[in-house]
Design a protein. Structure first.
Length: 128
């Protein structure tokens, strides 16, 4: 199973460097040894940010419940899944879409456009 989970930048940096080889998580997904984790790095405002960890996948190597760990929580070990193939066959396309959408958001902000509908209207040459 593939788990796509958010991780804040300081923790992502530690995973990327190899310093952090585990995750402490609420176990609402039934994490199991052999599952794959794809991280989505976020800032402390819950906004996705570009980060090298976003392009990697990690295999869960061990899952621990109990032994002082709060009910419904777990700690699991991770290692980079070197031979893992991502869900999408064309991840360059996914990266392109992300960069394109980030660019659109920047243009909207610079031009005081607050919604996609307003952007479409302006592109069509309609007054808002």
């Amino acid at each position: 199973m593939i788990h796509k989970i958010k991780i804040e930048k300081p923790y992502a940096d530690a995973v990327l460097s190899g310093e952090k080889t585990f995750e402490v998580r609420y176990d609402d997904r039934g994490y199991q040894k052999g599952d794959v984790v794809e991280f989505n790095v976020i800032d402390n405002y819950d906004h996705e940010i570009n980060h090298p960890l976003n392009d990697k996948a990690f295999e869960i190597t061990y899952v621990l419940h109990g032994l002082g760990i709060k009910d419904d929580w777990c700690v699991f070990g991770i290692k980079e899944a070197v031979e893992y193939k991502p869900e999408c066959e064309d991840c360059d396309y996914r990266k392109f879409v992300k960069q394109f959408s980030d660019g659109v958001v920047d243009v909207m902000k610079k031009n005081g456009i607050s919604s996609v509908e307003e952007l479409v209207s302006r592109l069509k040459g309609e007054e808002s």
